[in-house]
Write a new protein. Sequence first.
Length: 312
Amino acid sequence: MQIKGTFLDEISHDIPHQNWGEKEWDADFGHMHRAGIEHVILIRCGYRRWQTFSSQVLTSEERCYEPPADLVGMFLRLSEKWGMKFWFGLYDSGKYWASGDYLHEVELNCRLIDEVWARYGHHAAFGGWYISQECSRNTGKIIDLYARLGRHCKAVSGGLPTLISPYIDGSKNISQYTDRTTRTGGVTAESHEAEWDAIFRGIQGAVDIVAFQDGHVEYDELPEFLRINKRLADRYGLECWTNTETFDRDMPIKFLPIKWEKLRLKLRMAEEAGIDQAITFEFSHFMSPQSAYLQAGHLYDRYLEYLNTSKK
């Protein structure tokens, strides 16, 4: 299995910003292209008061700071140059939906979606939408949030696909602000299946693709969860990808590039579960030859060796 897509973490939440300009991003898109990346997914266009482009909606309604550059426009230009599809990630307020005010989060994003499509929809590389509110359980009104945002994205853009990337509430779902790497408890396979059966039933027709993050459960538990995810997606007509994380959750330092052996194992597990498409969080920090982490370039080299071997 190959990694065909990557998130672009340009509103960094819990990993260091690399302070790249267009020259560095152009070089990175070249590295992605050589590694077979076809999709680049902006993980969020804004978070709290930070934004990737000067949005009238976010500036006026959320008092977001004026960004120094239009990163969305830059990513679209580079996507067109390198033959990739760009997926626009929605705004995460970091407060409304987190506190239960799902309606405010939805209505704010609907206004933003209209603005974004009017400004950027003409780009040939604009290939889809990423609903950036990540969840693990059927809590609050998450079904309504996904369904309403997904339908609005598709209605505005003439049916472009929508993507979500939930996580599994397993033993490795632990705060990045502690040096611990595991916790007791976590969701069981049975309860995960029941909750996501209900979520998928409620978002049919609004969400096209689901790519569960693969790092929140132990490696020996992962195959069962991957099979469940694929079975449920098939049941409700969603495409099932895997979001194979290229950072390591097993170390007290959060976060460093993953060991190649672990990444290779996760890709094989997903393939054995019947999943044929992988994306990652995320190439530029944890897999790029020009990452601030030296280990990332070595991971890139091992991955290219794997690709070359697979083609023989």
